[in-house]
Design a protein around this ligand. Structure first.
Ligand SMILES: [Zn+2]
Length: 751
């Protein structure tokens, strides 16, 4: 999971080690509002709302948030937030195209966060040309606010007459509690939809009214943006009748909302008081344990030993390799203080351990007889990301293993790179039932400071985005060179006996990102779907058919049969559990375990018992089948194997059908917009990759700030080139630049 970092301005994170001062502070850009101004707004705002008989359900202060995701997370983690089932209100400002001399009339759109606000359709409806999201400058000019502080409350007697205000019609009638920015990115008010409307209506005059718009209808009536991008039918993201324990949000409509809901409701994780960090609860940690146990056994077979290096890295050592540190520096967290005193020299928290370990490799490797050296460590690393955090996929601290090996020859290093990559492939395919494509990264995407990077690339069908699964790097002799860590041995093959050789090194890592990919690929609108190999409960047994009229004897018989069955299955090596909780209906239990993704449910009622059978219900397909209790261990084992295989096969078919062979540039963006991965014959020139990213990003028009508008980057050059039409050297051209193509390469939007 070593990602080459984007170029961001360097920001230091001060981690203060005193107990009284546990207050990590960041040097972040200043916001237009001073604290004094915010307070001023707060007081006048309260009295204004009171005069309109609006009483906010809560006012919550939190850290500054810069996106819907961080905002939602900050609220969810805050004890003052009244409930976990609230919705965010987004306030978007669009600017129509006007003559340069004309004063623009911005369009302020107030909508539920999951409402799609298509600027094209909106412009058509309002008869305004080329609506674009307004620049920060315009927001400052009109509202004296940045986009993360904007809310319906930014409309007042001064601003309201100068803008067109459009309100999502579904807000007024909704029973949801809405979070709106209290004119600050670090304060939130909770209001009902009715309150929001009351507030806006009080601004109306005979001349200026708000416009309520049904965005769902608007989207449906909008002209298709391109013939090939078949938009899913617009539906309400909320699942009808979904109460309490259902997921509540449809995967295909609001994927980000669905993902977080699944994780919370399946009891996989909880939010944490430090933004971008999450608690892994037992239900998800047990999956990580399955992965670690399997992987540990495999690498030990290869002669790898586990060890542990400290999490702190001195500045001097961390910065020794230039390309490497350039790749990571924007995300490095530094300890700068101990108690109240400044450290003489800041100490980094490892973003990865190459530079921490290799000085000791130089010390330990004195002879070619000390090679190969193969160490691994299971640890966590810290990368202080500023982008939207996403549980498992982009978090500031994550768990992983990092292997670091040293060899005498390049051939040995090359072999191991591929051996490890194949283990990663098997973690995804055999344990998580997630198909991946092994390949090599482009020069632009390779590990910072390495020779080459191999990867297993996954795919998330719902968003149509590629996702890097795990990476295995050959570092070459880059870190062992004399001016670097100087890891050198005498060359046993040198006839003079005087020759020296610098060792060949690899590093490889697999992280808890695996779990996020698994959730995204298999989960459905009922919740999580776990592949049996990694499920901590593979089979749950639920007693059924017990009613108020049932005798105590019947009740005991059924419960005992369930407990016995669990015992029998455990003896057969199956992770089984009988759910004998009192006071819950079978229906409640079914939902509960479905939501948590248990692969197989067995039901036993009085009739089943009489027939010595049990009803099996598969989580992945919902298929129900009675099976005999005789030889149940073998039957259930076989069924779990089948579920595992079927889940993989289904995901593989989806991935395969989303890989599109493209040979004309004109087909690239429509293919991406169609949630597919482009596979094209590519020239492998770095400038061409930059150009592809730029052109594919620009061509697809962003509909609102959350739309996946990012350009495509190369995901990998698959090792298996044979599945595509052979490239004819000197004849097959790169569709992006027209130069000679070298290999088929996957391009896609990605995580
Ligand atoms: Zn090219």
């Amino acid at each position: 999971m070593l990602v080459r970092a984007r170029v961001l301005p360097t920001r230091l994170v001060h981690i203060v080690a005193s107990r009284r001062q546990l207050r990590p502070c960041q040097r972040v850009e200043s916001f237009p509002l001073s604290r004094r101004q915010t307070l001023f707004h707060t007081n006048t705002m309260d009295s204004l709302l009171a005069s309109l008989s609006i009483t906010p359900a809560a006012r919550v202060s939190h850290s500054e948030t810069s996106s819907p995701a961080t905002w939602r997370e900050a609220l969810a983690a805050n004890a003052s937030t009244p409930t976990n089932s609230f919705e965010l209100i987004k306030t978007l400002v669009f600017k129509p195209k006007t003559a340069k001399t004309a004063v623009p009339v911005p369009v302020v759109v107030i909508a539920r966060d999951d409402t799609e606000t298509n600027s094209g359709a909106l412009g058509k409806k309002l008869n305004l040309k080329e609506l674009r999201l307004a620049s920060e400058d315009l927001l400052t000019e009109f509202f004296a606010l940045d986009k993360n502080s904007l809310s319906p409350l930014a409309l007042n007697e001064t601003t309201f007459p100068k803008v067109v205000t459009v309100v999502d019609a579904s807000i007024a009638s909704s029973s949801s509690l809405f979070a709106i920015r209290a004119l600050s990115s670090s304060a939130t008010l909770f209001l009902s939809g009715k309150d929001i409307l009351t507030y806006l209506r009080h601004l109306e005059t005979d001349a200026v009214k708000i416009q309520e718009l049904d965005f769902a209808n608007l989207a449906a009536s909008a002209p298709a943006p391109a013939p090939s991008s078949s938009k899913p039918e617009k539906e309400d993201a909320k699942i009808e009748g979904a109460v309490q324990i259902a997921i509540g949000v449809k995967k295909e409509v609001d994927f980000a909302g669905w993902y977080t809901n699944v994780l919370i409701k399946a009891d996989m994780l909880d939010y944490y008081s430090v933004s971008g960090c999450y608690i892994l609860k037992p239900w998800s940690y047990s999956i990580w344990e399955e992965i670690t146990q399997w992987f540990n056994a495999e690498i030990k077979e290869l002669g790898v030993q586990n060890s542990y290096f400290p999490m702190f890295v001195s500045q001097k050592v961390l910065e020794r390799e230039k390309d490497h540190i350039e790749g990571f520096s924007p995300e490095v967290a530094w300890v700068t203080k101990a108690g109240n005193s400044d450290l003489e020299e800041p100490i980094a928290i490892r973003p990865t351990s190459e530079t921490a370990m290799y000085p000791y490799y130089a010390k330990w490797i004195k002879s070619h007889r000390d090679l190969p050296l193969k160490l691994n460590q299971w640890n966590s690393v810290v990368r202080w990301e500023f982008k939207n955090p996403q549980p498992f996929l982009r978090t500031r601290e994550f768990l992983w293993q990092e292997g670091h090996t040293a060899f005498l020859t390049k051939a040995e290093a090359d072999t191991e790179v591929r051996q490890i990559l194949d283990l990663y492939r098997r973690v995804f395919e055999e344990l998580l039932a997630v198909p991946v494509i092994p390949g090599i990264k482009s020069e632009k995407e390779k590990f910072a400071g390495g020779l080459y990077t191999t990867t297993v690339e996954g795919f998330i069908p719902t968003s149509g985005r590629g996702i890097q699964g795990a990476t295995s790097h050959c570092l070459g002799q880059n870190f062992s060179r004399p001016e670097m860590f100087n890891i050198v041995v005498e060359d046993p093959n040198d006839p003079t006996g005087q020759g020296k050789t610098y060792v060949w090194q690899n590093s490889w890592g697999l992280s808890t990102r695996t779990i996020g990919v698994m959730v995204m690929v298999h989960g459905d609108n009922q919740g999580l779907v776990l592949p049996p190999r990694v499920a901590s409960v593979q089979t749950v047994i639920v007693p059924c058919g017990i009613t108020a009229k049932s005798t105590d004897e019947t009740r005991a018989q059924i419960n005992n049969a369930c407990a016995d069955l669990a015992k029998t299955l455990k003896k057969a090596g199956i992770r089984a559990k009988a759910d004998l909780r009192d006071g819950y209906t079978p229906g409640y239990k079914f939902n509960d375990w479905e939501q948590k993704g248990v692969p197989l449910r067995l039901e036993i009622g009085p009739n089943d018992l009489a027939k010595q059978q049990t009803l099996t219900v598969r989580r992945d397909t919902g298929a129900k089948n009675p099976i005999s209790l005789a030889d149940i261990g073998a039957t259930v084992s076989a069924l779990l194997d089948k579920i595992q295989n079927d889940m993989y096969t289904k995901a593989k078919m989806t991935y395969d059908s989303s890989l599109k062979e493209v040979t004309r540039w004109d087909d690239v963006v429509p293919t991406l917009d169609n949630k597919c991965v482009v596979v094209m014959p590519w020239c492998e020139v770095e400038a061409c990759e930059d150009d592809i990213k730029e052109r594919s990003g620009r061509a697809s028009e962003p509909q609102d700030e959350r739309a996946p508008s990012a350009g495509a980057k190369s995901l990998c050059i698959p090792f298996d080139q044979a599945r595509w039409t052979p490239i004819v050297p000197g004849q097959t051209k790169c569709p992006a630049c027209g130069k000679d193509a070298k290999r088929w390469t996957m391009f896609g939007r990605s995580y």
